[in-house]
Design a protein around this ligand. Structure first.
Ligand SMILES: C[S@@+](CC[C@H](N)C(=O)[O-])C[C@H]1O[C@@H](n2cnc3c(N)ncnc32)[C@H](O)[C@@H]1O
Length: 270
């Protein structure tokens, strides 16, 4: 009922911004679970990428892999990294410890998510700040790599975000992004990326690898939802979390939504 009432507003930029802000503030404030560090749907690597062997199997292995195999697309070591939409900070923590950047700044719109990330993940080369993707509080041409994981679908203006990415990146810097769109909205995203001034290096449809990750993680995810989420919110939360059988999962399966991975570079001169 509420969803039907809100549907007509979804096309407005102000509504998308407000919706993202309220949703992620509430989630971080009311579910500060220590063991919930990621909010993406997860990734199961290709055969060529091979499995990821870590000393300890992470609780949210597949969402961590989404970050790992995205970061592996460029050199991170000794680089200055900005993540836009860092959420609860699990991806930032993995990249900052595994790939050894000089410094990693995770930025998110939701104050509560930023506070939670700063509490959960402490490293000398990592910090989380509050800020908007559409007005990034970072100096011009100061960043080597911008990372963006399953976040920009929620922005009021993706064009404005990409303008900001172009501004903060050093010439030769990389933009690594993964996100989903409805099939009907894919041409718009393609167009936005083609016209933002960055050069496309890789564009991959990773939908089958996200579907597989959802399936492989499903039992653990459902167990966590039962344990951590109040009973009256479990159904709604299962949809949000994209369990097998949810609308999101079904949309990926029937190809009404796609999940893509992009690697782009800022040209050395404009
Ligand atoms: C689906 S979550 C993904 C979080 C994280 N990247 C991960 O994979 O665990 C989307 C995140 O984008 C953030 N977000 C939404 N709109 C934003 C904006 N305009 N600027 C910065 N962050 C934003 C939300 O607060 C949320 O933390």
């Amino acid at each position: 009922m509420i969803k039907t009432l809100l549907y007509p507003f979804k096309k407005f930029a102000w509504f998308k911004r407000l919706n993202a802000k309220i949703t992620y503030e509430l989630l971080a404030k009311h579910i500060p679970a220590e063991e919930w560090h990621f909010m993406n749907y997860g990734y199961n690597p290709t055969e060529a990428e091979g499995p990821l062997h870590l000393e300890k199997v992470p609780l949210q292995q597949y969402p961590l892999q989404m970050y790992h195999y995205l970061a592996a697309k460029t050199n991170i070591e000794n680089q200055t990294i900005l993540e836009v939409g860092s959420g609860r900070g699990g991806g930032a923590f993995h990249i900052a410890s595994y790939f050894k950047p000089l410094f990693y700044t995770g930025m998110d719109l939701a104050h509560h998510a930023v506070n939670l990330a700063n509490q959960l993940h402490k490293l000398p080369n990592l910090k989380f700040i509050q800020g908007s993707a559409e007005q990034i509080p970072i100096e011009t041409e100061s960043i080597d790599v911008v990372i963006n994981v399953e976040s920009c679908h929620a922005y009021g203006s993706v064009d404005q975000f990409l303008k900001e990415v172009m501004r903060v990146l050093k010439p030769g810097g990389h933009f690594l992004m993964v996100d989903f769109r409805y099939a009907v909205d894919m041409p718009r995203l393609k167009n936005q990326l083609a016209n933002c001034g960055l050069t496309m290096l890789e564009e991959e449809n990773i939908t089958p690898h996200v579907i597989k990750a959802i399936e492989l993680e499903d039992d653990k995810k459902k167990e966590r939802i039962q344990r951590l989420i109040p009973a009256k919110w479990q159904k709604l939360f299962s949809e949000f979390a994209g369990v097998v059988g949810s609308k999101f999962y079904n949309n990926l399966k029937d190809e009404t939504r796609f999940y893509y991975r992009y690697v782009m570079v800022k040209p050395l001169s404009n």
